[in-house]
Ligand binder design. Structure first.
Ligand SMILES: *[C@@H]1O[C@H](CO)[C@@H](O)[C@H](O)[C@H]1NC(C)=O
Ligand SMILES: *[C@@H]1O[C@H](CO)[C@@H](O)[C@H](O)[C@H]1NC(C)=O
Ligand SMILES: *[C@@H]1O[C@H](CO)[C@@H](O)[C@H](O)[C@H]1NC(C)=O
Ligand SMILES: *[C@@H]1O[C@H](CO)[C@@H](O)[C@H](O)[C@H]1NC(C)=O
Ligand SMILES: *[C@@H]1O[C@H](CO)[C@@H](O)[C@H](O)[C@H]1NC(C)=O
Ligand SMILES: *[C@@H]1O[C@H](CO)[C@@H](O)[C@H](O)[C@H]1NC(C)=O
Length: 374
């Protein structure tokens, strides 16, 4: 394996400054305090929870060369650097939000991250290897209990109402079924299956609402059939996207968008930001040069056609893998996950969109700033 980790420099000073909260505490007249950030979902948002569970290395990224471009070492993040929640935290002037399972963590002043790589909405997805969404919800309930104990019910409710809840979940529910072709999937139509995924997701949102949560940022699914892993499954290595997977993602996005609108009608004060990541990333994946990338099909790190085998780091059974020289040119870091540069572009759009791009009437910046008491 030829490794040229030229891209892993310079970032540490920058990184350290992120740990110092530049909060508006002590600036009366601005905000009383910063809104906390609670994060749920899968590998797109997992900042290291899976480092602390008994699972397979397929669901872990706590080894070289993951994380090295930004952090200088691996953290459990499935990318060369930061993920969307890290970048959003920076925009919101919050420190990096730590993984819930990190030992010794008892302070939720800025929120906490429950996401787990490989997790789906449905308990059946990678069962036994991941923290599924229901379990993430149960961890959240424990946090709520501690907050109530510390702050009292009323103040905890206010704290939870000011907080922003970010979700990236669903992709694995479709990937998993695509890979395993399970009888569970075969016995449901795509509409029924998507209905269960979205039904269980909205259930979790409702439960958080009951505890006080009002501000939700939920990503739509990207064109998951265009990741190198999926492209590599096409017979003859033609490298085209797997349209069945993209169709499921699109169906999911439509059904979720309708479900959220319905929820907003029912739950007073609910606000959400639901960016159309699909359209944007479809552009990036299929016309990378238009977005400043050189390579959109082949991953920076992995093996096999399009480096579509999830072998980055050589710790997942397959020990042989290739690593690109210049990660800046790549859309995908490993066979499934984008590079930090892609995450930066998506985060920027989500934070301060034009409404056209996000397809919803509120962006994340507004979501953080909106005062629900007015
Ligand atoms: C971890 O999981 C493996 C396989 O499922 C099992 O054999 C092992 O006992 C588990 N270890 C712990 C500490 O739970
Ligand atoms: C939690 O951390 C914040 C910021 O570091 C600090 O202001 C606060 O006092 C801490 N709370 C507890 C209970 O330790
Ligand atoms: C999945 O399984 C069904 C039978 O349960 C079979 O008809 C179908 O061809 C399989 N699909 C794939 C992609 O293997
Ligand atoms: C949630 O998912 C389960 C399968 O894990 C399914 O049986 C159930 O009907 C789903 N619930 C909703 C509300 O869709
Ligand atoms: C990496 O690629 C970017 C974008 O093409 C380019 O600007 C940069 O100079 C390259 N870095 C190196 C070390 O070649
Ligand atoms: C926004 O969308 C409308 C209708 O789809 C289009 O006419 C307009 O040019 C778009 N604006 C931007 C800034 O893309």
């Amino acid at each position: 394996m030829a490794i040229a980790l030229r891209f892993q420099i310079l970032v540490l000073a920058f990184c350290a400054s992120l740990f110092i909260p530049t909060s508006a505490y002590g600036h009366p007249g601005l905000h009383k305090e910063h809104a906390a950030l609670f994060i749920f979902g899968d590998s797109l948002f997992d900042v290291g929870n899976n480092d602390y569970i008994n699972t397979s290395t397929n669901f872990q990224a706590n080894f070289s060369p993951y994380g090295e471009t930004f952090f200088g070492y691996s953290t459990g993040r499935f990318s060369n650097g930061r993920l969307i929640p890290d970048i959003i935290a920076e925009y919101a002037e919050l420190p990096l939000i730590p993984p819930y399972l990190q030992p010794g963590l008892h302070n939720y002043t800025y929120g906490v991250n429950f996401a787990s790589a490989g997790a789906g909405v449905l308990a059946e997805t990678h069962q036994g290897f991941v923290i599924d969404l229901k379990t993430q919800r149960s961890y959240f309930k424990k946090v709520v209990k501690q907050l109530r104990h510390k702050l009292g019910h009323a103040e905890a409710f206010t704290f939870l109402s000011d907080a922003v809840y970010l979700f990236s979940v669903g992709g694995n529910d479709y990937f998993y079924q695509f890979q395993t072709n399970s009888s569970f999937f075969e016995s449901h139509s795509p509409e029924q299956y998507v209905g269960m995924v979205v039904g269980n997701l909205t259930k979790v949102i409702k439960e958080i609402y009951k505890k006080g949560g009002r501000k939700f940022g939920i990503t739509s699914l990207p064109p998951i059939g265009c990741v190198p892993f999926a492209r590599a499954t096409k017979p003859g290595n033609t490298g085209t996207c797997v349209e069945e997977l993209n169709a499921l993602a699109e169906l999911h996005n439509t059904v979720l968008s309708e479900a959220l609108l319905k929820l907003k009608g029912k739950l007073q004060g609910l606000k959400y930001s639901y960016p159309d990541i699909y359209t944007y990333l479809n552009g990036v994946f299929n016309d990378p040069s238009n977005y400043g990338f050189k390579e959109g099909k082949t991953a920076c790190c992995g093996s096999g056609p399009y480096r579509g085998i999830l072998s980055c780091g050589g710790k997942r059974g397959v020990t042989d893998y290739q690593l690109c020289d210049n990660v800046t040119e790549y859309v995908f870091f490993d066979s499934v996950h984008p590079t930090e540069r892609v995450y930066q572009k998506v985060s920027e759009l989500w934070w301060r969109h034009s409404p056209n791009v996000t397809g919803s009437y509120i962006n994340l910046k507004e979501l953080f700033e909106v005062d629900l008491l007015i």
